[in-house]
Design a protein around this ligand. Structure first.
Ligand SMILES: Cc1cc2nc3c(=O)[nH]c(=O)nc-3n(C[C@H](O)[C@H](O)[C@H](O)COP(=O)(O)OP(=O)(O)OC[C@H]3O[C@@H](n4cnc5c(N)ncnc54)[C@H](O)[C@@H]3O)c2cc1C
Length: 384
């Protein structure tokens, strides 16, 4: 039987990042992935990277991750994360002004460049918006987007270069906890012994945790991304309309994409429509066209649907759920940009090194204690 210090289940961006940080520390690591890195929800992500979070720890993780994405080639020995700085504008209602002012104070202390724009300043700097219902906006200058598949494969390949091993095309089918180790069985019948296991299997985390007798309250939602060509429309800045509930960013020079900030229907992760109907694209674009009327001239290019693994408070679940069995999941549609830096904290947690005390708030069992975390604004809890 193969023996490792840590086995990771899942090579989405969270599993790949943990593998990179573990391998960097010389921890003998193996990654099981039933397909290939980033072929799950990670590879369908919109890749928006902003540090405007209401949760101070997550803001710190996002900020640190953006720094890593900027220096990705240096960190990973030549891989490219495709990071593009665009800046990002958050349109908000007046009722959130006091909360936002407090949040911005904390973000500025971390070093994140955020600026509150009153309606007049907003209208002057970003004249294309219809500001009906908007009280003010937050501008994050150094935000942008990265390529989620390139980021994940970059971290994954670097982990392998540093000594981690990969078991691709192999699904984990059983997890057995023993006195001082864990045995995992894969779809090829192989058995692997390890001191610790990290389940980073996104929407498939809850069924895997069930194999060690743990029920996690994670649900799975289907979310749509719609693509457009600018067509006759003039380019518009990357932004999220927190009240209307959508996000928007340019994709290269010819196109833009958008998605919803609100909850979506729950689905079975093994059987859901990945294609997007024209009516879904139209419905998604309605609040965008109300906010930026000249985008009515943009040309729909279809889109895709993928999965969010959602926790009851829309914040991640990270912690030990059974002896030697850890989870990092429940990222609720906002976990791509957290992963590069968060992976270091997860690696330290799994090995029992210094555990960042801020990580304890994401205890997977917090819901039973009523220790629900706050997140975002109104229905847009995805802001985190
Ligand atoms: C449409 C969409 C848009 C998004 N936009 C953004 C955004 O703009 N910014 C942002 O920060 N976040 C965004 N997200 C969220 C972000 O993509 C996720 O939080 C993140 O990718 C989750 O990564 P993960 O590694 O936890 O899980 P996943 O990507 O789900 O990876 C889990 C992996 O586990 C594997 N696996 C499952 N079961 C097994 C098994 N039994 N054995 C072995 N392997 C297994 C799967 O094949 C998969 O590769 C978006 C997500 C989606 C779907």
């Amino acid at each position: 039987m193969d023996r490792f210090d840590v086995a990771i289940i899942g090579a989405g961006v969270h599993g790949a990042s943990a593998a990179y940080h573990l391998a960097s520390r010389g921890v003998r690591t193996v990654v099981f992935e039933r397909e290939a890195p980033a072929l799950g929800p990670t590879g369908r992500s919109s890749g928006i990277c902003r540090a405007y979070y209401t949760n101070p720890f997550l803001a710190r993780m996002a900020w640190e991750s953006i720094g890593m994405l900027r220096r990705f080639e240096e960190i990973t020995g030549g891989h490219d994360a495709g990071f593009r700085e665009t800046g990002f504008l958050f349109l908000q209602r007046d009722e959130h002004r006091a909360q936002v002012s407090e949040v911005l104070g904390g973000l500025t202390e971390i070093g994140i460049e955020v600026e509150l724009l009153d309606r007049d300043a907003l209208a002057e700097r970003f004249p294309r918006f219809d500001l009906d219902g908007v009280g003010f906006a937050v501008w994050e200058r150094l935000a942008g987007h990265a390529d989620p598949a390139a980021t994940t494969t970059g971290l994954f390949r670097r982990a392998l270069e540093l000594g981690a091993e990969a078991r691709l095309g192999r699904a984990v089918t059983a997890i057995e906890t023993r006195n001082d180790h864990v045995v995992i069985e894969a779809s090829d019948g192989s058995r692997t012994s390890c001191s610790r296991v990290l389940i980073a299997a996104g929407p498939w985390t809850a069924p895997l945790a069930r194999r060690v007798g743990v029920e996690l309250p994670l649900t799975v939602e289907r979310h749509v991304v719609a693509m457009f060509r600018w067509g006759r429309a003039e380019p518009v800045v990357a932004h999220a309309d927190i009240e209307a509930g959508y996000y928007f960013r340019p994709e290269g020079s010819e196109q833009f994409l958008m998605g919803s900030l609100h909850p979506a229907p729950q689905v079975d992760p093994d059987s859901f429509p990945q294609e997007v109907a024209a009516s879904e694209v139209l419905e998604l674009s309605e609040p965008l066209v109300r906010r930026v009327p000249h985008l009515a001239g943009a040309e729909p290019q279809g889109g895709w649907a993928s999965l969010y693994d959602v926790s009851p408070d829309w914040q991640p679940v990270i912690g030990e759920v059974a002896p030697g069995v850890f989870v990092d999941a429940g990222t609720s549609g906002h976990g791509f940009k957290l992963a590069p830096a968060l992976g270091r904290r997860v690696a330290e947690l799994v090995t029992g090194e210094a555990v960042d005390p801020d990580l304890r708030q994401f205890d997977p069992f917090r819901f039973e204690r009523g220790a629900v975390l706050s997140a975002g604004f109104g229905r847009s809890r995805i802001v985190g």
